[in-house]
Ligand binder design. Structure first.
Ligand code: M6R
Length: 624
């Protein structure tokens, strides 16, 4: 069976680890892979350079399978090793297609797509190379092997190879005859270096080495990194010295562990009060003005902006939909929100007066990255909202607002979403301040309410019992709908996405008012429908949603109504009533999403699914 890279029918989103030091490389690589398993879990493998040979094991399925294979057939002791955990959308995730790929003295792991793999493979096969997999990656192993066999050192060989590759790649290689060196190269695919005491690490994400060191080096685009026992050397693809940036990771191993929770996702839901508080921290100066230190775009430039375009994927896109309501209301700047994978293909109208805001938890989502590149080619200014220090998206943007959620390891985004909302609100308020659209006391009032959010979220978490009971009641339902209006609509979309991706239940979110234009035909006896009711007393929004609930209830739906405490009218229409704290309309998503996250997590648990690693998904989607 062949693969079809050019059509985009095959791609990897993988986790990579490399270790060079004086400890057992296998242990360190395996523990690093376990921390990266959220990136992909179709297969895993390791390769070591020991006693002048490459020794490797690779296995289809989760890392536990690989560990079992190594127990059955142990690997020798070594202090240098590389490892890989893979996610594939097409092409069988077989043992043979797993990484590492080995060509005589060379072993490589690869993340990305080598788009011109077909002609390279034909050329290598004509020259006698024997391929053992169907992957695009294996060409890199044979090309490197041929270069070192021709006399090149591993670094030069890597430079020769990358000059022949098209596409996106992180490539990491070891050479059996050079057991004191790991060489890696990156283009459009993540890689960071960890610097320990006499030992060095390479990984797709700092989580892989956080238990050994919190000192890291960001790698730029098109760079080659060489780890030796004496240190780290980074150069460009042409061999010139490269600029790098060292950074210290501000979270520790504890943050990357489950700490008694059954799932990372549940732990991350419960971390939201902290994550929201941390994201708000240090945003005011002594005069009570909002300061966003990271915004390197001058107030004059921000005053010239005449349009905002928010670009993101998945949950981050829904955060963007909420942001539109707040930003337009507070700044009166027209704001569009677009799915990143659609953005550049429709030739969007953007120019130097457009502010593009990208939202990405991982900072590595390829669709979003490509949208940024397109926007910058049109000379638009780009602000990234991101949770990952040193990731590609903030590096390639003009400015960044970091969310301080700590590592999000569960594949389903939770604290990522709520902290993205906070960052969007901060950006909206900052723009309003800079452009004189709001008085200082008005901004302070919203900030004051934002500061109350951690305790409100905590209150919801402390009172989760009814949600867990509801999950038990609805766990076998084949289909569940979510309704919302205004900012409740993106909450409905996000609630439905959580349920789809974790519980594998058909779920859809609709704008409550749109239901009567078609989707109401789906309503049948006992169909569960979650409805997010806006806070009352401020405009007609709430009353309209109450009417929408009455419409579906009249047709037999089972209603689960999320409304603020004391809304007795909403309660009347509810088969189940979930009390939300009293919050102003625009900020309500910060609390309304929490019960929906808990519900999806619990239903998936009750259905026996792997909540942290749902089928077919990966945490960071680093190819388009
Ligand atoms: O890392 P990003 O925020 O860029 O990721 C965007 C989406 O891939 C992500 O939100 C995805 O939809 C999650 N699985 C949602 O839970």
């Amino acid at each position: 069976m062949g693969i079809d890279v050019a059509c985009g029918t095959f791609f990897d989103v993988c986790g990579i680890v490399g270790y060079l030091g004086d400890r057992e490389a296998l242990d360190i690589v395996i523990s690093g892979l376990k921390r990266l398993e959220y990136r992909g879990y179709d297969s895993a493998g390791v390769a070591l350079a020991a006693d002048g040979a490459i020794e490797w094991r690779k296995k289809q399925g989760k890392i536990a399978n690989l560990v079992g294979a190594i127990e059955d057939d142990p690997l020798p002791s070594a202090t240098i090793g590389i490892g890989h955990t893979r996610w594939a959308t097409h092409g069988a995730p077989t043992d043979a297609n797993s990484h590492p790929h080995v060509a005589r003295r060379i072993a490589i792991v690869h993340n990305g797509i080598i788009e011109n793999h077909a002609p390279l493979r034909a050329e290598l096969e004509a020259a006698g190379a024997e391929f053992t997999s169907e992957t695009d990656s294996e060409v890199a192993a044979h090309l490197l092997e041929s270069a070192v066999a021709g006399g090149a050192g591993l670094v030069d060989a890597m430079r020769q190879v990358v000059s022949r590759l098209e596409g996106a790649f992180t490539l990491v290689a070891i050479d059996a005859q050079d057991p004191d060196r790991i060489v890696a190269a990156r283009r459009n695919s993540p890689l960071v270096v960890g610097v320990g005491d006499g030992e060095y690490f390479l990984a797709s994400d700092v989580a892989a080495f956080i238990e050994h060191t919190r000192d890291a080096i960001e790698l730029g685009q098109d760079q080659v990194v060489e780890l030796t026992r004496d240190g780290v050397n980074v150069t460009t693809f042409d061999g010139a010295p490269a600029q790098t940036k060292a950074f210290h990771v501000d979270w520790d191993l504890q943050a990357a562990q489950k700490q008694g929770y059954d799932w990372f996702m549940r732990k991350e839901i419960f971390e939201q009060p902290h994550a929201v508080a941390d994201t708000l921290l240090g945003r005011l100066n002594d005069n009570g003005e909002l300061v966003l230190d990271e915004i390197r775009i001058s107030p004059e430039e921000l005053r010239r902006i005449n349009k905002i375009v928010i670009v993101a994927c998945g949950t981050a896109f829904y955060a963007g939909l909420v942001a539109k309501y707040a930003i337009e209301h507070w700044t009166r700047i027209p704001c569009e929100v677009e799915i990143a994978s659609e953005f550049r293909y429709r030739d969007p109208i953007i120019d130097p007066m457009t502010l593009v805001v990208t939202i990405s938890q991982s900072g590595e989502t390829a669709d979003t990255l490509m949208a940024i590149r397109h926007a910058r080619e049109q000379h638009a200014k780009v602000i990234a909202i991101c949770n990952t220090n040193g990731a590609t998206i903030p590096r390639e943007s003009d400015a960044v607002i970091y969310t301080h959620a700590g590592p999000e390891i569960g594949v389903a985004s939770t604290k990522g979403f709520t902290t993205q909302l906070v960052a969007c609100y901060l950006l909206g308020l900052y723009l309003a301040q800079v452009r004189g659209m709001k008085y200082g006391d008005e901004i302070a009032a919203v900030l004051g309410e934002l500061e109350r959010m951690p305790q409100e979220i905590q209150h919801l978490l402390d009172n989760q019992a009814p949600i867990l009971e509801l999950a038990e009641e609805l766990k076998e339902e084949p289909s569940i709908l979510f309704l919302g209006r205004h900012v409740g609509y993106p909450v409905a979309l996000e609630g439905a996405l959580k349920l789809k991706e974790l519980a594998y239940i058909h779920a859809e979110g609709f704008p409550a008012g749109e239901l009567k234009h078609g989707p109401i035909a789906l309503v049948s006896q006992d169909l569960p429908m979650f409805v997010v009711v806006p806070p009352g007393g401020r405009d007609q929004l709430r009353d309209k949603v109450i009417s929408n609930i009455a419409e579906v209830k009249a047709r037999g739906a089972r209603t689960i109504v999320l409304a603020e405490a004391g809304d007795e009218e909403a309660r009347k229409h509810a088969d189940h009533f979930i009390e939300l704290p009293r919050i102003s309309t625009l900020l309500q998503p910060l609390v309304a999403i929490v019960p929906l996250q808990l519900f999806a997590c619990e239903v998936a648990t009750l259905r026996g699914h792997d909540v942290d690693q749902p089928r077919n998904l990966a945490k960071s989607v680093t190819v388009e």
